[in-house]
Design a protein. Sequence first.
Length: 442
Amino acid sequence: DYNGQLLEEVSNEISGFYLTNYGDALDVKEDKYLYAGSTGNSEYPFLHPVISRFNSQYELNWNLAMPELSTDSIEAEFHFARYLQDGSYLAIGIRTYDTIPSTLGNNFSKIFISKYTSDNLLLWTSEIEQDTMLNFDGDLSFLRVCDLYELSNGDLILFGAYYRKYQPFAVRLDSGGHYISHVSWGNLLEDDWLPWVVPIDTDEFILVYQHAVGVSGIGEDFVNHKPRIGYFHADSMTITDWHMYEHQHYWGNITDFEKTPDGGYVVLGFGSDDSGEFMGEAYMMKIDADFNELWYQTYQPPIDYNSPDATDLEITTDGGLAFVGNFAVQGQTYYKSWVVKTDPCGDLVYNGCPVGVNELNNLNSGFSFYPNPAQKSILISSDKKFDQVVIREVTGRILLSENIQGPTKEMNLDISGLASGLYMLELHTDSGEVMAQRLVVE
């Protein structure tokens, strides 16, 4: 919900499901969520592609596995899926081969694309052939693709990065998946990585990626990065108006890029400092339409942690920002999810780990109130004594906070000052427990 509490968790039993996404995991069209990744199980031990679709309740509509695309010498995986304007969709990934030219290391990969109708009928598959791929002037043993767009003439633009030294690239394909041209960029000396793209019209884009600026003070295996942004012109396959920003992290990683309602842009990333003295942070940077930096904010998990990441950024309905990630719990062997909600300027509304489903159910079962929806007042009845009542708006901002003289299990609360809308009603006990439910005001 808007306060960072987990309302529901849906798990679909897809045996061996393996998340190999390097772009937005889901694409959405008419409340249909399309996912493409990879799987492996005892029947088919080699990693192979899978496409799944879920409805708006996240129930599995169908699951399309393709074990025939992998063999004992070829491993295929999808990285993401994208709907096209006509309702068909593309699944995009790579196939990795272990029979290689002697100049390329231990294996090599090819970009692999399949197109399907809305009814899952295969229209075509395409691999960018090895001879073409070698023109990228890189080692193709480590290749990732992260985003794809359909151009005004039906051509496709695919973005990704390949090894030596992690050069970002854009590939132009015709509507049948055939190679037309490509462009790659980076400093050719150290490790750059995936570009993140926002379209500004059907054939023009703004992209950002992590640009390597040299080896850090820790050692030659640790590379410092800074955000770099430019215009990508699909018609000429060129990039212009590069801007670099002085926010340096070692092993910095940019993971999302979004356009904001005011016409600006926000970059999401994570990394550590080049001394290695702290265990990392997430960051957001806001720029205007002319690439001028407006603000820069950093974020760290609320408990002792190691190696936090931030992997997906969204613009919320109130104009704020929210991102999700993971971090290792210090001294433990597991990871926790991490959700951060901010206002439009990047200032925290909340920062924390989602409440578990069972925990939330226990909280919600602890009290009731009537009526709901309500207009002027509500009657609250609780199984436990509480000494504070809090009402928050959807942004997480507190609108009402009332301390009670002497804990009680029942009270009548005046809500006549609240405008119509959705709110969160919280009861706080003297032991620190918080019970929460949604309140609708008419």
